[in-house]
Ligand binder design. Structure first.
Ligand code: BYC
Length: 474
C-alpha cells in the first residue's frame, strides 16, 4: 500500500519528490490555485477554524483524519488509488490488453479535453457556492459546505496533476485556464451548463449535491474504468470523497421535507401559503426545485446518441459505470433503443448502436440511482400520513442538450406546444416568486446545535460528534 507524504509542500502518494520537473511545475501552479481560492472560493471565512476531514491515506479504512483547520491551510494534495498489478483494459476494442501508464499519442487530444471538462466542474462548483456561507442554516451545515468546497478544490488538483504529468506544455496551459474561466462569467463561462447556474440558496445547494454531484459519481465511475491507468486510479480515489457530498444532498433535502411535515402537522394543513407563513418550504416547491436540478444534471450526460461517446468506449477512454456488471464489454454490433421526437408532436423509438448510446446507458443508470433517495423521502412522507409523493420528471422534460433539446414536453415527457409549456411552467419549475420566497428564509444561524426554522436537525453529527458541536469557530 502506498503512503502519503503529508509533510511535502504538495501532499502526495506519487513520489513527487523524485520528479523534480513535475514538482516544480505543480509548485508553480500552487500559488495561482491559492490565489483563486482566496478570490473565488468561500467568501469571508478564511481565518475561521473549520472541523474538516483531510485525506491521509487511500485505503478504504482510515483514509481521513479530522481536525480544525482554517480553509486556506487545507492540505490539498495528489492521491491516487493504489496501482493494481496486471490490470487489463476491461472494455472496447483494446479489451484484454495491458492498461496504459501513459497517454497514447492518437488519443491525446480526446483525453485532454475530457480531463479539462472534468477539471472545470470542480472549481466551478466552489465558485457557485461562494456566498452560501453567509446564510448557513446551522454550524453543522456550514461545516459541510466547506468540506464539500475544499474537496472539490482537491478534485481540481487531481485533474491538474494529470494535465501537468501527462500533457506537457498544453497541459500546463489548460491548468492555468481552469483558474481563468468562472461560473456564470459572460465572457469566460465554465464549460458545462449546470455549472453556470446561480446558486443563491440552500435548497438549491442540497439539490445540487444530490443531483449534480451524482452526475459526478457516474462520470468518475466511467473514468475509473479507463485504459489510461493514472486517470482510473485518480478518479477511483475521488469517488471516496464524493460519497459525502451526495450524503449532504440526500440528508439536506430529507431534513427540509421533515421540517415541512412537522409544520403541516402542527398547523394541520397542506395549504401552501400557511406553510410558507410558518417559515417552512411547501412540498410542491421542493418538487419544483428538484425538477430544475435533476433536468439540468441530465444534460451533463451529453446527447442520447453520440459519436464522441462511441469513440470513447471503442478506444478504452471512458467505460460505463461499473463496467463489470454488463454482459458484453465490446458491444461491437449490438443495438439499443432510444426515444426521439417523431417530428409530428410525438415520441418514437429509434434503434442506435449501443456504442453510440453510451451516454443514454449511463444517464438511465443515473436516474435509477436518483430514485433511491426519492423512495426514502417518499417513505418518510408516507409514514407521516401525508398525501404527497415526489416524482422525477421524464428524461425528456426541459432538456437543453441532446435529442430533446428545446422540445417542450410536460413532466411526463409528452410533447406539448411552447404556449402550453409557458402556461404551466410555474407549476413545474421554480418561479421567480418561489426563488424569492426560499431566499427570504435564508437567515444565518450560528449558535451550535441550533437550526434555521425551515430545516430539521440532522440525526447525528460528523465523525461521532454531537449535533451541537462547534463545527466552525466563528
Ligand atoms: N453543457 O457528443 P455530445 C462533477 C457538449 S460532474 C454544455 O453529446 P459527449 C461535479 C459536449 O462537451 C461530472 N455543453 O457529448 C459535480 C460536446 O462539446 P464539443 C463532470 C455540453 O462528448 C458537482 C457537445 O456538447 N464530468 O464532477 O458524448 C460538483 C456534443 O456533445 C453539455 C464530466 O462531464 C452540457 N451539459 O458527452 C463538482 C466528464 N453536454 O466537444 C463536480 C467529462 C454536452 O463538441 N465529460 N455538451 O465541443 C464528458 O465525458 C463529456 O464531455 C460529456 C458530454 C459527458 C459531458
Amino acid at each position: 500500500m502506498s503512503t502519503i507524504d503529508l509533510q511535502a509542500k504538495i501532499p502526495n502518494n506519487i513520489h513527487l519528490g523524485d520528479n523534480r520537473q513535475l514538482q516544480r511545475a505543480l509548485e508553480h501552479w500552487q500559488p495561482a490555485f491559492l490565489n483563486w481560492w482566496s478570490e473565488m472560493g468561500p467568501s469571508d471565512f478564511s481565518a475561521k477554524d473549520v472541523y474538516l476531514r483531510t485525506a491521509v491515506g487511500v485505503d478504504a479504512q482510515g483514509w481521513a483524519s479530522y481536525g480544525y483547520t482554517p480553509m486556506p491551510d487545507y492540505r490539498w494534495g495528489i492521491f491516487l488509488a493504489d496501482q493494481q498489478q496486471g490490470r487489463k483494459i476491461g472494455f472496447g476494442d483494446h479489451m484484454g490488453q495491458e492498461v496504459w501508464q501513459d497517454v497514447p499519442g492518437e488519443y491525446r487530444s480526446v483525453f485532454r479535453r475530457l480531463i479539462v471538462t472534468q477539471g472545470d466542474t470542480e472549481p466551478a462548483s466552489v465558485e457557485q457556492q461562494r456566498l452560501l456561507g453567509h446564510t448557513a442554516p446551522s454550524l453543522y451545515d456550514l461545516r459541510n459546505l466547506f468540506q464539500v468546497n475544499v474537496e472539490e478544490g482537491r478534485h481540481l488538483w487531481a485533474m491538474v496533476y494529470l494535465l501537468h504529468a501527462y500533457f506537457g506544455r498544453d497541459g500546463r496551459e489548460e491548468a492555468e485556464e481552469l483558474l481563468m474561466r468562472h461560473s456564470g462569467d459572460v465572457n469566460k463561462p465554465r464549460i458545462l451548463g449546470t455549472f453556470n447556474e446561480p446558486m443563491d440558496n440552500w435548497l438549491s445547494f442540497f439539490m445540487f449535491t444530490y443531483f449534480t454531484d451524482r452526475d459526478g459519481k457516474f462520470q468518475l465511475k466511467s473514468f475509473a474504468e479507463s485504459a489510461f491507468d493514472p486517470l482510473a486510479r485518480t478518479t477511483q480515489f475521488m469517488l471516496t470523497e464524493e460519497a459525502h457530498h451526495m450524503f449532504v444532498g440526500e440528508t439536506g433535502v430529507g431534513r427540509v421535507i421533515k421540517r415541512t411535515m412537522e409544520v403541516m402537522k402542527e398547523l394541520d394543513t397542506d395549504d401552501t401559503q400557511k406553510i410558507r407563513n410558518a417559515g417552512a418550504i411547501d412540498l410542491p416547491t421542493v418538487q419544483r426545485f428538484m425538477n430544475f436540478w435533476f433536468t439540468s444534471s441530465l444534460d451533463l450526460f451529453g446527447s442520447e446518441s453520440s459519436s464522441n461517446a462511441a469513440n470513447y468506449f471503442a478506444n478504452g477512454i471512458k467505460g460505463r459505470p461499473d463496467e463489470a456488471k454488463f454482459a458484453d464489454h465490446v458491444e461491437a454490433d449490438t443495438v439499443m433503443t432510444i426515444q426521439v421526437p417523431d417530428g409530428a408532436g410525438g415520441v418514437k423509438d429509434e434503434a442506435v448502436s449501443t456504442r453510440n448510446g453510451m451516454n443514454e446507458v449511463t444517464r438511465l443508470e443515473y436516474v435509477k440511482d436518483c430514485n433511491v433517495g426519492l423512495t426514502r423521502w417518499n417513505m418518510m412522507i408516507k409514514r407521516g400520513n401525508i398525501d404527497f409523493a415526489f416524482q422525477l420528471p421524464s428524461t425528456r422534460f426541459r432538456r437543453e442538450v441532446g435529442m430533446w433539446a428545446g422540445v417542450p414536453t410536460n413532466p411526463q415527457g409528452q410533447p406539448i406546444t411552447a404556449a402550453e409549456f409557458e402556461a404551466q411552467k410555474s407549476s413545474w419549475l421554480p418561479s421567480d416568486a418561489d426563488i424569492a420566497f426560499v431566499k427570504s428564509l435564508m437567515q444565518r444561524v450560528t449558535e451550535p446545535g441550533k437550526m434555521a426554522g425551515w430545516i430539521a436537525p440532522p440525526d447525528r453529527g460528523i465523525n461521532a460528534n454531537p449535533v451541537d458541536y462547534e463545527y466552525v469557530k466563528l
